[in-house]
Design a protein around this ligand. Structure first.
Ligand SMILES: [Zn+2]
Length: 64
C-alpha cells in the first residue's frame, strides 16, 4: 500500500517512450537527444516554404 514510487509521475522519453534518465533529461539516452536535435535542425531546413513565415515570428515569448 505504501508505494511512494507510484506517486511520482514518471516522465517518458518523447522519442521512444522509455523512462527518462536524469543524465539525459528529458530523454532516455544521448541517442534520443541526438534524434530530437536532428529533427529540430532537419525540420528547419527540410520544410520548403512553410506558412509559418506569414504568421510572423515568436520573439522570445516563451512562457514557463
Ligand atoms: Zn528515448
Amino acid at each position: 500500500m505504501t508505494t511512494p514510487d507510484d506517486d511520482a509521475p514518471k516522465p517518458a522519453c518523447p522519442i521512444c517512450g522509455k523512462p527518462v534518465v536524469p543524465a539525459h533529461k528529458p530523454f532516455c539516452s544521448k541517442r534520443c537527444a541526438d534524434v530530437d536535435l536532428q529533427r529540430w535542425l532537419g525540420g528547419h531546413y527540410a520544410i520548403p516554404g512553410r506558412e509559418d513565415d506569414a504568421l510572423g515570428r515568436d520573439d522570445g515569448s516563451h512562457e514557463e
